[in-house]
Design a protein around this ligand. Sequence first.
Ligand SMILES: *[C@@H]1O[C@H](CO)[C@@H](O)[C@H](O)[C@H]1NC(C)=O
Length: 616
Amino acid sequence: MEHKFPISMDLVASLVEIFQQENCRRRRRLHDTKMSQIRTIVFLIVVAQVGFLQGDEHNHIYHDNEEVVLWMNTVGPYHNRQETYSYFSLQFCRGSKEYIGHYHETLGEALQGFELEYSGLSIDYKVDTPGTVFCEIELTEEKLKAFIYAVKNRYWYQMFIDDLPIWGVVGEADDAKGEYYLYSKKRFDIGYNQNRIVDVNMTTEGKIPLKLGAKVPFSYEVNWKQSKVKFEDRFDKYLDPNFFQHRIHWFSIFNSFMMVIFLVGLVSMILMRTLRKDYARYSKDEEMDDMDRDLGDEYGWKQVHGDVFRPAARPLLFSALLGTGYQLLTVTVVVILFTILGELYTERGSLLSTAIFVYAATAPINGYFGASLYAQMGGKRWIQQMVTSVFLLPSVVCGTAFFINFIAIYYHASRAIPFGTMVAVACIVLFVVLPLTLVGTVLGRNLSGQSDHPCRVNAVPRPIPEKKWFMEPPVIVALGGILPFGSIFIEMYFIFTSFWAYKIYYVYGFMLLVFVILLIVTVCVTIVCTYFLLNAEDYRWQWTSFFAAASTAGYVYIYSIYYFIFKTKMYGLFQTAFYFGHMALFSLGLGIMCGTVGYVGSSYFVRKIYSTVKID
Ligand SMILES: *[C@@H]1O[C@H](CO)[C@@H](O)[C@H](O)[C@H]1NC(C)=O
């Protein structure tokens, strides 16, 4: 509990206190947050199409002397990127200006823990402000403790001017001497190009030693400079091409690409040859008379023709997973495409807002594919199936979020998702996702709910023969994920680094390419797995192919543990829970997607081979 901040007596008391603070703070906000959340929902549902490509109500155009708002966002330890607190939870003081023109918060921002609060500093467009003291604090014992704690833990804060992020450190520590300093002066150098802000630099100065009773005057200075940076390019300085377009990145993609070509060639060659041999053997068998055949050695995948199309165990769960997988695949592709086209990474929280919107809008896909598969497997409890489909992913996500939220509230972290936001998300699931899934379900049952398997299913299941240990489904599952993981793990490093460290991920073209490669490799590997399984006369291929493909995500999760230990310096309960909770969700989503692709590929393959063989 040593990272808790500020210090409080016991859990219950502090929870009550937080709720009160939360309420006060929200009431103090310049616009009513509830209204803004309701607006957010309406905005998301009705005008999202236009909304998320433009994102903000700002048009980023300023006239001379117009007010420019400096938003204070969060403060937190440098190594724990997600452990953030509202800026003013550290006892900084505000400037004197109280009124500002507009406030706006999107759902995505609320979910990602943005806590924009007005700084109270008056900044006007193209008006230089000389060094001005805007407030002063006296270091009482409590404040001193908090500041020393923050400086010791390398706390830094984030601010926004016209959507451009600015970072600054709280202070400087001389651990050897046990001396701590606070930076008291902020100097802003703002670059403008015609009537827009294109560049902001901040320098912190004015080291003041942290001593009991000392007075700290906070001051700021603003200098405006003409700049040649184009407005469209103003985010470029935050991107890191040296990191993302490093030779290793190109090389890894080239490598994976070669692997795909090799793998696809290999798989098709092996399968063609083996299958041709199998067919030849089977047709020779047919030419023999019954006597010979009884003595003959019939074996292999043809033997299970009466069972391969037997419905999977637990068809309800299986079809719900598949439906969710189809939906996730669509969401992923659409969001990546939107991001490439709309450069969404420059807008706070808009990537998440877009993802939520697309998720809600693609709910019919989930219903359609889930329900048709369920009906093909002969399922009757279709309402239950639909409800499972709808809530499968949201409930897991909300469960994890709730757990992390609980810790976040205890820590007073700004990552705690406000109650209103949770209600908004619940409303989206209940009133948008559920009805849309119902539409998809009805369509799915009626349009493609009939099974048209090439072989009849025998009444009595065939016993599964004993086989070598490496043909057992768990082993196949564990081996299935290795190659697909191998094709993506370098990209995983880049994605993790941008999420957990301070890099903005912007090479979404790479991401799309790697995603496509992953899907192709997954399909190839899963088909091979299915072939081996069926050849061992084990007909439980549905779940096996799903998990053989999904095990890639298991490797990703293991990799994320490695990443946590060796590549980051995160510490503390909150950040650890946040990290592993989010990685679990990420891996789960990836697993469902890969599993779906693997199953679909295998299912196509199984249909193909059994439809060409003559069954007596
Ligand atoms: C901000 O800093 C960069 C790098 O030092 C410099 O090139 C740029 O001109 C500065 N911008 C302003 C507005 O001072």
